[in-house]
Unconditional design. Structure first.
Length: 171
């Protein structure tokens, strides 16, 4: 594949950068670091665009790059911690980088599945299950009655389960 034009690369960036940022943010849980790593991802993608062979979707390829960039970051971050005084303290309840990555992958799969549901299902799942608004608060936000929130939440969860099964994730 020949070098792509700046305009084509800009279109690719505009289409995928928010999703890549969201994925990286789930891994590193730091807004500024996620922004930097997103930029690093696209710099690497541009640099190695000639190695993209089209066997996978461009987004899949970008996620793979972003995952490697995030893992490299987490390894470097962890290496500096290794020599600190923290190693003499009792273990904490914080997740290990591997656990963070696994949770990040599962969350990314979940968010991707949610994005493929119809808009009303997306809204109710995000408000009720991710942002943890009450039934009453969700009804107020969406200008629905509470019964509609309950019914739509139930249907949205069923649709999400099907979508996750279709994608090979845990329902």
């Amino acid at each position: 594949m020949e070098r792509i034009s700046a305009e084509t690369f800009e279109e690719m960036y505009n289409e995928y950068s928010d999703r890549i940022y969201g994925y990286i943010f789930l891994l590193v849980n730091d807004k500024e670091v996620a922004e930097d790593l997103t930029q690093d991802t696209f710099i690497k993608a541009y640099k190695y665009m000639n190695q993209f062979n089209g066997e996978s979707q461009i987004f899949t390829w970008l996620v793979r790059i972003s995952r490697n960039v995030a893992i490299d970051y987490l390894r470097k971050k962890n290496r500096f911690k290794f020599f600190s005084i923290e190693k003499f303290h009792l273990p904490s309840d914080e997740d290990t980088p591997t656990e963070i990555i696994i949770k990040g992958e599962k969350a990314a799969l979940l968010y991707e599945a949610i994005r493929h549901l119809k808009l009303t299902y997306q809204e109710v799942l995000i408000l009720r299950k991710i942002k943890e608004f009450s039934i009453k608060e969700t009804a107020e936000i969406l200008n629905w009655n509470e019964n509609k929130v309950k019914i739509t939440t139930s249907r949205a969860l069923a649709a999400l389960k099907k979508e996750l099964e279709k994608r090979g994730g845990d329902p």
